[in-house]
Design a protein around this ligand. Structure first.
Ligand code: AMP
Length: 323
């Protein structure tokens, strides 16, 4: 089974080939055909399943014909990092198409975003809050929107974006195609789907990491001080090449980083209090391996795709199993 199955335009097939994708993943096999037919799709899929290409490829295919310079596809994602990652995937898969995308999120200056919108784009990848600002200030025109994607929908609900999303959706044409991807399907997601989609095709894939060879270990440690000592001991034992440590609070992040830096580790913190510039910088340094330990709150729990991570340590048990 390979990508020729989908009869992608040669310009898009070239992007797939350049990325080295040979076989479609299960979510791509299930979702691409109905999305290409223009149907609404509700997909149960986690990060790592290849869901980004499952919606990006059909969107690129659609945008090859029809007008340029109008916002015809809108992808809404919970975090700026995920938005940047989707934007990068569009750039890579669509390298031969001249389709333009822009990211819109808060924490950075509005002007470059407005300038790019004015210059003309076909795809907008956005986080809800800033997008709504642009809509309210009439800086973005969604009249021509054909496809709306809600990515990591459950996460967006958890982050309190429901009202913003409802308002954004209300400003898009009712004729749009609506795709919704979520790692879980609580009742609230079902309701969102029912209110925003028309007879969606349902596709779902099991989490890939349940079937992989990741070794999982559980250490029972009581008390914060002891946990820090246990963490230091584990790092000394495993010498991870590239490690993410998750904890539940920003304060905890800062404490762990201070402790690890004090022991000579190259550790950096990633949490919501940092300026966007600093968050980007931290991710670049972690990705290019100039920092070996990333200590993060759940801003990084989903949607971040960094190759070569050898160890993940949950310093705190995550609040939700999917995280
Ligand atoms: P996603 O779940 O969309 O974040 O994708 C996870 C990772 O899988 C990304 O690094 C993608 O580039 C990669 N990927 C997506 N589809 C395929 C495919 N068909 N073959 C190989 N890698 C893929």
């Amino acid at each position: 089974m390979n990508f020729s199955l989908f009869k992608l335009h040669p310009q898009i097939a070239a992007g797939v080939k350049a990325l080295g994708y040979h076989t479609p993943t299960p979510i791509q096999l299930q979702a691409i055909p109905p999305v290409m037919q223009g149907l609404d799709v509700m997909g149960l899929a986690q990060t790592g399943t290849g869901k980004t290409a499952a919606f990006v490829l059909p969107i690129l295919e659609r945008l090859l014909s029809g007008p340029r310079g109008k916002v015809r596809a809108l992808i809404i994602a919970p975090t700026r990092e995920l938005a940047e990652q989707i934007h990068a995937a569009i750039g890579e898969l669509g390298r031969g198409t001249q389709v333009r995308s822009v990211t819109i999120y808060g924490g950075v200056s509005v002007n470059p975003q407005v300038q790019k919108l004015r210059a003309g784009v076909e795809i907008v990848v956005a986080c809800p809050g800033r997008l709504l600002d642009h809509i309210n200030q009439k800086k973005i025109d969604l009249k021509h929107l054909e496809v709306l994607v809600l990515d990591e929908a459950d996460r967006m609900l958890d982050m309190g974006f429901y009202d913003d999303i409802a308002e954004i959706v209300a400003s898009t044409p009712a004729t749009r195609q609506t795709l919704l991807f979520s790692a879980t399907f609580p009742e609230a997601i079902e309701q969102i789907g029912a209110s925003m989609q028309r007879k969606p095709s349902r596709v779902s894939v099991a989490a890939t990491h349940t079937s992989t060879k990741i070794e999982q270990l559980f250490y029972e440690v009581s008390g914060n001080g002891k946990r820090l000592a246990a963490l230091v001991a584990l790092l000394g034992h495993y010498h991870p090449a590239s490690c993410v440590i998750f904890c539940n609070t920003k304060q905890q992040c800062r404490e762990i980083v201070a402790t690890l830096q004090g022991k000579g580790y190259s550790a950096l913190a990633l949490h919501g209090d940092l300026e966007q510039r600093d968050r980007d910088q931290v991710l670049v340094r972690f990705s290019n391996k100039s920092c070996s330990i990333l200590v993060a709150t759940d801003v990084a729990a989903r949607g971040i795709d960094i190759p070569g991570i050898s160890h993940v340590i949950n310093f705190d048990a995550p609040r939700q199993a999917e995280d």
